[in-house]
Design a protein around this ligand. Sequence first.
Ligand SMILES: Nc1ncnc2c1ncn2[C@@H]1O[C@H](COP(=O)(O)OP(=O)(O)OP(=O)(O)O)[C@@H](O)[C@H]1O
Length: 379
Amino acid sequence: MEAELDTKDFIVIDNGTGYIKAGYSGEDAPKIVLPTVMSVVESQEQGKSKTMYSGADIDLKNPETPLFYPIDRGEIKSTEQDWECMSFIWEHIIKNLMQEELNSVNVLITDSILNTRENRQRMAQVFLETLGVNSLGIMPAPVLSLFSIGKTRGIVVDVGCGLTSIVPIFEGFALPHAIHKIPLAGNDITTFIHQKLSAHLKPTQMFLSRSIAEDMVVVPLQYRKGQELLSEDKRFYELPGGKIINVDQDILANAAEILFKPSIIGQDIKGITDQIVESIMKCDSDLKPDMYGNVVLSGGSSMMKGFHERVEKDIKNRLEGVSNNDIKVHADSFRQHAAWIGGSMLASLSTFGQFMTIKKEEWENDPNMKPSLIHKYSF
Ligand SMILES: Nc1ncnc2c1ncn2[C@@H]1O[C@H](COP(=O)(O)OP(=O)(O)OP(=O)(O)O)[C@@H](O)[C@H]1O
């Protein structure tokens, strides 16, 4: 029997190092994309109470603003303050931005790949106890990204702000032994540009380097240092106040190249294509065709111009004994939010709410059962 589609039953939240995406299940795109950052202002009176600001409410350009980033390279950090920040941001999204009552919503939250059981349990505790939501589903982000293009087998290459993850998936389950994580992504590209342009940009103007990364970086099909990447006019960037700077071609060429050749920034790790090929080779022989035939790009930094073509060409060059026609790299136009979209699709199936979520009553029923509930509902 086909599952019925019920829309708007869940709030889907995709946690990212740089941005949290949130919205209703059944919708095509997240309603809210909020920087994953918090500011805490101690109250003047007795230094006791504190005011907290999250995401878009914060003036990121003001150097006086104390900023806390609770997620580092895809993982929620471990201090009490980091969890307090996450709890505050999640509550702010549901209560203030989506204007929903906490105790009447169901939530699907994305999980980082290879997250520990303890962290997952903590996430459940925050949602089901501190915030008191009705029910909670926790799904690995790459599984949802694959689902967003209607597939359950393939290898997801997610390039976000803080982390690049390469995750082979078979029938909706990640294959842990073949997962690769690379601690390089959009933030590193932005930092690289910022350092190279330090003569023109202030330390607090990282947002300008991010905009240069998003607008001007082009990944060449074949990397050659110093090659012509953009037409003459495109290499100029106008700073606030009208000053125009010339962004050197070498900076643009090397910025994205750090993903393919991390030694450019002194990192002794293999580049993204080598690690994709290694991950495919770790899969069983009969699963390999599903993997190289379905390499699925996701995450904001996979939107870089030329990235898709370069990854496909490099895999074709490096994967021995496989016909080029059998290798396919998918790069859908919505891939920046693929995990959120996959979550929106999954949570709109009535079977999801019935069989794949922890209900508040179950959670509260027997505290000793919490670890087994996490185990039962971890996918
Ligand atoms: N069109 C674009 N071209 C290049 N980079 C882009 C583009 N759009 C967004 N980005 C970059 O993508 C990154 C944000 O991607 P995403 O939202 O997937 O990350 P995240 O989920 O917060 O991080 P992570 O997955 O590492 O935890 C930023 O570094 C941003 O500059």
